[in-house]
Write a protein that binds this ligand. Structure first.
Ligand SMILES: Cc1cc2nc3c(=O)[nH]c(=O)nc-3n(C[C@H](O)[C@H](O)[C@H](O)COP(=O)(O)OP(=O)(O)OC[C@H]3O[C@@H](n4cnc5c(N)ncnc54)[C@H](O)[C@@H]3O)c2cc1C
Length: 376
């Protein structure tokens, strides 16, 4: 397998902090390839997550993944950032005799033939090359060249507000928060997540108005003021990083055209509320890898690739999109009566072990994988 990546060892870590909550089903997949044991010590094992009401400063519901103890060997999420996972996965790839890993190499386009594909790449010296292969898998992220060259529509919408991410070195657990918190508020909902350091950092997400000027709202004084409104400590927070990002909810109309396949953000993007983007991308990759291996070994026909599209598009639309859109609506709901109803429902669900398990099967994406298995 030839793996093309435009970044290199020297700049791999210079990326905006992104995904980091790894759900139980994803941990099982990582375990299959020896990746879990490499990342466990670099992350935080987090069995609990919370829903809070910001206005009343009230814990609405606490969910414990222990309800999934009969469903998975990993009844918790691992808070471990994408970049650490990529670093460890790269180390595994470098040791693998059958992986031709080409860093600092940029993919620019491809030709599709009846019996294979030819990718065009630019190597670290700036030279153009062709790489021939049986299949091409686009894992290039949301701006996928492959998706655009194939003219595949990226159906969905983009939220007009942007999300502000502030990372602070401060231990929010002293105020009763869990490692993962979803905080509802009609004016300024929030998410709060803990990451392992040094220094340990907490990521706080806030919505911003479409008309907000990026420079003004990311000014250090404005960030401190926003954090003090969130948690008045009377002392400046130690801000480690900040960034502002646009959130899209989109799914490609096709995941397969002949020998070319889309996976991960190239195929679907969604809001990070619920931690489903990276996880479902990893699930695409494992689903597709199993099918490609079966084809290359002569154990399956290429038709199984259509099943990949049926399974993973179904999950992207019915689970990842539906759930993340619901999650944002839940946190941002303005109608007091609807908010009360939503919070009561969450409370009742968390208190009833059978309902809590059903809820966690959905939030941890186990239900999506079970449903996909039923799709022929
Ligand atoms: C702030 C934020 C927080 C998030 N939090 C979560 C979370 O908690 N949980 C979760 O599941 N998801 C989360 N997500 C979403 C998650 O980060 C993405 O879904 C995930 O990173 C997608 O992985 P990917 O490999 O498909 O694409 P990417 O992570 O975008 O990786 C694409 C790779 O392809 C390389 N590349 C691109 N173009 C080329 C080219 N032409 N040639 C060579 N190489 C190329 C890039 O350098 C990159 O390494 C978050 C997203 C954001 C923005």
């Amino acid at each position: 397998m030839c793996l093309i990546e435009q970044l290199g060892d020297h700049n791999l870590l210079e990326q905006v902090p992104r995904a980091g909550t790894n759900h139980p089903a994803t941990l099982e997949m990582f375990d299959r390839i020896g990746l879990y044991q490499r990342i466990e010590t670099r992350g935080i094992v987090a069995p609990l997550f919370h829903y809070w009401d910001r206005g009343d400063n009230e814990l609405i519901a606490e969910f414990d993944h222990i309800h999934l103890k009969d469903d998975t060997r990993f009844p918790y999420v691992l808070q471990c950032e994408r970049i650490k996972i990529v670093e460890e996965a790269m180390a595994l790839a470098k040791q693998h005799a059958l992986i031709d890993l080409r860093l600092l190499t940029t993919f620019t386009g491809f030709q599709h033939h009846a019996d294979g594909i030819v990718a065009r790449v630019i190597d670290p010296a700036g030279e153009e090359h062709e790489v021939a292969g049986a299949f091409l898998v686009s894992c290039e992220g949301a701006r996928s060249i492959v998706r655009k060259e194939l003219g595949i529509e990226f159906e969905g919408f983009t939220y007009s507000d942007r999300t502000l991410n502030i990372e602070v070195a401060y231990d929010f657990r002293q105020h009763g928060y869990a490692e993962r918190n979803y905080i509802s508020d009609p004016e300024e909902w929030s998410n709060l997540f803990h990451w392992k350091g040094p220094p340990d950092r907490w990521r706080v997400h806030f919505p911003t108005a479409p008309e907000d000027d990026p420079e003004t709202i990311t000014h250090p004084a404005a960030l401190q003021a926003r954090l003090q409104r969130f948690l008045p400590t009377g002392r400046d927070f130690e801000i480690v990083a900040t960034n502002l990002y646009t959130v899209h909810q989109r799914v490609a109309t096709r995941f397969r055209v002949g020998r070319v396949l889309l996976a991960g953000d190239a195929a679907h993007v969604n809001s990070p509320i619920g931690a489903m983007g990276m996880n479902s991308g990893v699930h695409d990759a494992f689903n597709l890898a199993d099918k490609l291996i079966a084809i290359l070994r002569g154990d399956a026909s290429e038709d199984v690739l259509d099943r990949y599209e049926r399974q993973r598009r179904h999950v992207a639309i019915q689970h990842t999109q539906a759930q993340t859109i619901r999650n944002k609506r839940l946190l941002a709901e303005k109608d007091p009566a609807v908010r009360r109803r939503n919070h009561d429902e969450l409370r009742r669900t968390a208190e009833d072990p059978a309902r809590a398990r059903e809820f966690l099967l959905r939030t941890s994406l186990i239900a999506s994988l079970r449903e996909a298995e039923q799709i022929e």
